[in-house]
Design a protein around this ligand. Structure first.
Ligand SMILES: *[C@@H]1O[C@H](CO)[C@@H](O)[C@H](O)[C@H]1NC(C)=O
Ligand SMILES: *[C@@H]1O[C@H](CO)[C@@H](O)[C@H](O)[C@H]1NC(C)=O
Length: 485
């Protein structure tokens, strides 16, 4: 038997100097359209998006246009920003495709990590994620943040880990945020995710301090080395708010129906999930909010900056895109219809997907035969976050990277065999002693809206408990980790 000589010390240390945040609910989408003014400006976007925020949104939207929006679908009436991501669709056997019901619009978290936070400047826009990605190069699941190596912290690797698909089941302990970086199989969702799937996306927050945009919408930004917390690379030291999007899709509505889920960009894997942001804030207002909205509840109701300008859900719900574009009149992105709008083909990967063409498209819908609902993906079993109450506002602790991985079931059908050769690398299960349940603990809060429970990590907490001699090394790693933050 292992000797546990134990000194136990419950030490909780916050990493970083601030851990405040608020979440901006956007109760409804303003449209489901092939629009993306930052990636495909001036034309129809290659694929459909679920769009939230300022109503004056279109193919060539500018900051001034957004500011001039008649309304916003977000709770604070003067946040005219635009927030958009791909939408999730269900492809029935035979190709008939329909939108998966979206529950409760979206939440945009403004996580206030780092020092001397600056508001998004006028004209600021950025993109997170890569629509053409169809694979994941890191170990599954993520190693504990305390043991991340340089390989885990390249911008490509951080980007791949910045997104997550949380299997929702409100009768179970919630999974941790960004625990799983791919869309689980339909079978898995039917069995486990009674409340659907929550798509999660963390944006980079380290800015080069001068460019409000860049050609690829990414070059002016970097992730800090812990994705949310951590330090910024050289040349990108200006810290902006860390945006974190959550969008819930009711995949369970298709339980027992034959078919598969696919994102609007033709991605059935989830690796190509991405999100766009165009600031529509008055800069002074956002700066005040960033500096003063530090109530740990994260509720916009609890921040004086937003007082008197909060909309009801009904008010948010009536806000829609002001000008419906002729070029898009032939589109029907919600369906049921044949295929995806924009005639987007489904691309399984694992190789980098072919680029999609922007612009209005005629012609036949691309009906991609369903090869399999298992696109050579790893599996990660439902992994409840370790939950501990650590704060006075009812938050728990969400740990998402301590469970030894379940060995993947890569069961390609014959048709898929060729595409399946390069399933993501899977590391052997972590040794028990490495699976310190306190590694990478992050706290989260929950709140309920429309019967939907939302929760998110808001800060990293290092909690060292019952350290035996073998684990002390871990404790040191944690301390180094704190130092870096
Ligand atoms: C899309 O097509 C479906 C099926 O024909 C129809 O019920 C729905 O109203 C259409 N939606 C739009 C926005 O045209
Ligand atoms: C995975 O994606 C990357 C980035 O697009 C690509 O370079 C690589 O070839 C892909 N891996 C495989 C096995 O296709």
């Amino acid at each position: 038997m292992k000797s546990v000589a134990s000194l136990s010390a419950a030490v909780a240390v916050l990493s970083g100097t601030t851990n405040a945040f608020w979440r901006m609910p956007c109760h409804d989408r303003i449209g489901l359209e092939r629009l993306d003014p930052i990636v495909d400006p001036g034309t129809a976007s290659s694929h459909g998006h679920t769009i939230h925020g300022g109503s004056n949104f279109g193919m060539s939207t500018t900051y001034e246009d957004l500011r001039a929006s008649d309304c916003t679908s977000c709770q604070f009436s003067d946040d005219k920003s635009a927030y958009w991501t791909p939408s999730l669709h269900f492809v029935h056997d035979g190709g008939m495709t329909e939108i998966v019901p979206q529950i409760g619009g979206m939440l945009s978290y403004y996580l206030l990590y780092g020092d001397n936070l600056k508001a998004f400047p006028e004209g600021f826009q950025m993109l997170a994620g890569d629509t053409r990605l169809r694979n994941f190069s890191g170990p599954v699941p993520d190693p504990p943040t305390s043991s991340w190596t340089a390989d885990d912290m390249t911008q490509v690797s951080l980007g791949q880990k910045s997104l997550g698909f949380n299997c929702l089941n409100y009768n179970k302990q919630p999974e941790g945020s960004r625990y799983r970086h791919f869309l689980p199989t339909k079978e898995f969702m039917d069995e486990n995710c009674a409340n659907g799937i929550r798509a999660e996306l963390m944006f980079p927050s380290c800015w080069n301090g001068k460019d409000v945009k860049s050609d690829d919408n990414k070059a002016h930004m970097r992730y800090p080395d812990m994705i949310d917390g951590g330090s910024c690379p050289e040349g990108f030291e200006t810290r902006l708010p860390t945006l974190f999007y959550e969008t819930i899709w009711n995949t369970f509505a298709f339980k027992d129906k034959a078919g598969q889920f696919v994102w609007s960009n033709g991605d059935p894997t989830g690796y190509g999930y991405h999100g766009d942001f165009m600031s529509g804030w008055n800069v002074d207002t956002l700066q005040s909010a960033v500096s003063t909205c530090t109530n740990p509840s994260g509720r916009v109701e609890d921040c004086p900056v937003f007082a008197g300008s909060l909309q009801t859900e009904a008010e948010q719900g009536v806000c829609k895109i002001q000008n419906v574009m002729k070029a898009l009149s032939a589109d029907n992105c919600s369906g049921p219809t044949d295929g995806l709008c924009g005639n987007v083909p489904v691309q399984y990967g694992p190789q980098y997907a072919n680029p999609l063409k922007a612009g209005a498209q005629g012609g036949e819908a691309v009906i991609t035969p369903i090869l399999s609902s298992v696109a050579s993906m790893p599996t990660q079993s439902y992994a409840p976050a370790h939950s501990k109450v650590v704060d006075s506002y009812g938050g728990g602790v969400s740990v998402f990277n301590v469970k030894p991985p379940v060995v993947p079931i890569a069961k390609p059908t014959p048709a898929l065999a060729e595409a399946a050769v390069a399933a993501p690398a899977i590391t052997p299960p972590a040794k028990a002693e490495d699976a310190n349940p306190d590694d990478g603990i992050i706290s989260h809060t929950t709140y309920t809206r429309d019967g939907v429970v939302y929760e998110v990590a808001i800060k990293e907490v290092i909690n060292i408990v019952t350290v035996d001699s073998k684990r002390r090394r871990h404790a040191h790693q944690h301390r180094r980790n704190i130092g870096r933050n």
